[in-house]
Write a protein that binds this ligand. Structure first.
Ligand SMILES: C[S@@+](CC[C@H](N)C(=O)[O-])C[C@H]1O[C@@H](n2cnc3c(N)ncnc32)[C@H](O)[C@@H]1O
Length: 208
């Protein structure tokens, strides 16, 4: 166990493929992908923030014929995703710094990229997402809802600082970014890894 808290880039560079093995296909992620697929036009432009290994999210979206771009702060994750999902594109970038054109994405997926950002950084990224979506475009966000800031926790053999929002607070932040929350769903999830605790997953579907 590494006891020094690490950044998201350091964490996921070290964890790599092991993330997919331990977390696989959580029901909230599956549901988020399904809700996005139900709402986008054919050949949609879909941005996947924190695209990880590219599976299952970018892979499923690209297999449905959409133009998918994954953005991830971990160089190792980007390399794995490029190898596993050649039908999608992936860039190595920090979403806090990355920019895109206004009204240029039919959908944005953000499945667990926010847990190592400060609350102000999450709010700033939500504002960018609201700007990047086409009118009527959708955001599917999945996170672990908790009222915590800088909580030091173990994660797959490493130590990380976790920041998140309680469910009502997150919903308010999404609405304050200018999006309309259409649906929220909460599920319990057990990672396939001894010692990794069960967690709540919150899916938020919102529209520009
Ligand atoms: C918990 S993993 C989830 C991967 C994938 N979304 C999934 O659900 O299978 C979170 C991913 O977000 C990425 N991430 C964390 N902070 C980020 C940031 N500031 N910019 C871009 N990616 C980030 C991590 O590198 C990691 O690959």
């Amino acid at each position: 166990m590494d006891h020094q808290p690490v950044t998201a880039a350091e964490l996921f560079d070290a964890v790599g493929q092991d993330y997919e093995e331990a977390f696989g296909r959580p029901p909230a992620v599956d549901e988020g992908v399904r809700l996005v697929l139900d709402r986008v036009p054919p050949h949609a432009k879909i941005l996947d923030i924190g695209s990880g290994t590219g599976r299952p999210v970018a892979e499923d979206l690209a297999a449905a014929g959409h133009d998918v771009l994954g953005v991830d702060v971990s160089a190792a994750m980007v390399e794995i995703a490029r190898g596993q999902v050649p039908r999608a594109r992936f860039v190595h970038a920090d979403i806090r710094e990355w920019e895109s054109q206004d009204a240029s994405w039919d959908a944005v997926c953000a499945f667990f990229p926010f847990l190592q950002m400060t609350r102000d950084e999450v709010v700033a990224v939500l504002a960018k997402i609201a700007r990047w979506l086409t009118p009527g475009g959708v955001l599917a966000l999945v996170t672990v809802p908790m009222d915590v800031e800088d909580l030091v926790v173990p994660f797959l053999g490493h130590t990380v600082r976790l920041t998140s929002f309680a469910t009502p607070d997150l919903i308010n932040r999404v609405e304050q970014a200018g999006l309309t929350v259409l649906d929220t769903r909460s599920t319990a999830f057990s990672p396939d890894r001894e010692g990794q605790p069960d967690e709540e997953h919150l899916l938020v579907l919102a529209q520009a």
